[in-house]
Every structure is written in C-alpha cells, then in structure tokens.
Design a protein around this ligand. Structure first.
Ligand SMILES: [Zn+2]
Length: 249
C-alpha cells in the first residue's frame, strides 16, 4: 500500500476541480451506486437491478446522457449487495468490469494444489469477516462475481481511461476492498471500507486483521478529502471527514 498520495494532492484545502460524483440510491438505501460524470462515465458498484433502473432514469432525465456513454464499471469489493446489478447493467451498456487484483491473486493462490470448489470455499472463509458475514457472502456467489470481472486493478494505478482516479487498496472489510480517489476534486469513493451510520457518522468497517485495518486508516487519513462517498449511508461533505471515524475493530 502506498502512503504518498498526500504528496501528490494539490496543496491547500480547496479542491481545484468541481466534484464529479453523483449518488444513485434507492429509498431503502440498501447500497449506494455512484456515477463519475466525465466525458466517458464510470459506474461504481452497480448495486442491485433496482439501482441500475434508477441509474438509467437519472442519466436520461437529469444528465441527458445515455448508458452507452459509460465506459467502465468498477466494483469496490465483491459482495453481492454491490455487484448483483452488474449483469443488468451490462445488458444495456458494453462497459468492462474492473475489481481489485487482490481477489484474483487470492483465488489463484488458493487454487494452486487445491480442487477449485474447495479453494473457493477456502477463499470465502478467508474473506468472511465482520458482522455481515452470515448474510453477505457465500462461496458460489463469490465465484459468480469473480467471473464478472474483465480488468484487475492494482494498488496506486490510475483507472483505465480515467487516470485522475487512483486505485487505493483498502483491505479491512474484505481483503480485496479498494477505494477510488481523485486528488484534483478531492473525492473519495470508499465502498464498504467506510460507511456512514445513523446521524451521518463515519465508521471504518472491521477486519480480523487489525494491523491491516490500521494501515488502511492511516493511508485514508493521509488523503486530502472534501467529499467522502460510502457504500452505505449518506455521503459526507467535510474537511478531514475521517478525523473522528469510529473503527469497528
Ligand atoms: Zn455492502
């Protein structure tokens, strides 16, 4: 994990670029889908089929754009509440799907010398951490999500076709969790690494690996962030939104 992002950020506390991220969520707020509105658009975490329908409506009626102008779909992690809309979205746009290379590496590591179905189970066991483990993930679903991915993203790299958006590995909630950070608009899309709970307070999601979680927190706090977009709950607009984050150890 790289901690030099702060040095790459524009100086000062004022974002140089206007914000680009739009929030698409249903009224039950199960999981947030985000749209990066640039010349070519990026959808982050398509969520459910309902989110995809809302995304389509939002694009057409508020932004007057089409789904064909989406050129990339990014998954912050492979839990089904963030990924189950991928197939519905790909029926209506051709964009490839990107996720953290950590998931591929873990899976390949497990597959060496193991039968594939048991290795998937082993991987899921490894990934199952935190309070949602009993509902959020089970091996066949994870295997299914894995097959949806076309592009594997490395830590620190820019998003393909969108180099201003940096991939930040943020293991904790799951080993393959990632955030997307734009140092020019000072926006951070953080998936379930950070969520906001009732009242809008940020919560860093727990992990069996405390050292890894501390490192993720250290890296995220080193970023200049004005806009924090969590996988669940309301986005935060604030200077240093992670200063008083609660940590789910
Ligand atoms: Zn989630």
């Amino acid at each position: 994990m790289n901690s030099d992002y702060a040095n790459q950020s524009p100086a000062g506390e004022i974002a140089l670029d206007a914000r680009r991220v739009h929030t698409i969520t249903d009224r039950f707020s199960m999981a947030n889908t985000y749209l990066i509105n640039e010349e070519r658009m990026v959808v982050v975490d398509p969520g459910t089929e309902l989110n995809v329908r809302q995304l389509q409506f939002y694009l057409q009626h508020f932004l007057h754009r089409t789904l064909q102008q989406i050129d990339l779909i990014v998954l912050t992690h492979l839990h089904p509440d963030h990924t189950s809309g991928v197939e519905a979205l790909r029926k209506i746009c051709d964009a490839p799907v990107a996720a953290s290379a950590v998931a591929r590496n873990l899976l390949q590591g497990q597959q060496k010398g193991h039968h594939s179905s048991s290795s998937i189970a082993h991987l899921a066991e490894h990934i199952l951490t935190g309070p949602l483990q009993h509902v959020d993930l089970f091996p066949p679903v994870y295997e299914h999500q894995y097959k949806l991915v076309n592009i594997w993203l490395e830590d620190v790299a820019g998003l393909p076709g969108h180099p201003e958006w940096r991939v930040i590995a943020s293991p904790g909630h799951t080993p393959e969790s990632l955030c997307l950070y734009n140092p020019f608009s000072q926006e951070l899309l953080c998936g379930d690494t950070v969520i906001t709970i009732q009242g809008g307070a940020p919560l860093l999601r727990g992990s069996a690996n405390r050292r890894q979680l501390s490192e993720t927190l250290r890296v995220l706090r080193s970023l200049q962030v004005h806009y924090l977009y969590p996988g669940h709950g309301r986005p935060i607009l604030a200077l240093h939104p992670l200063t008083n984050v609660d940590v789910e150890w």
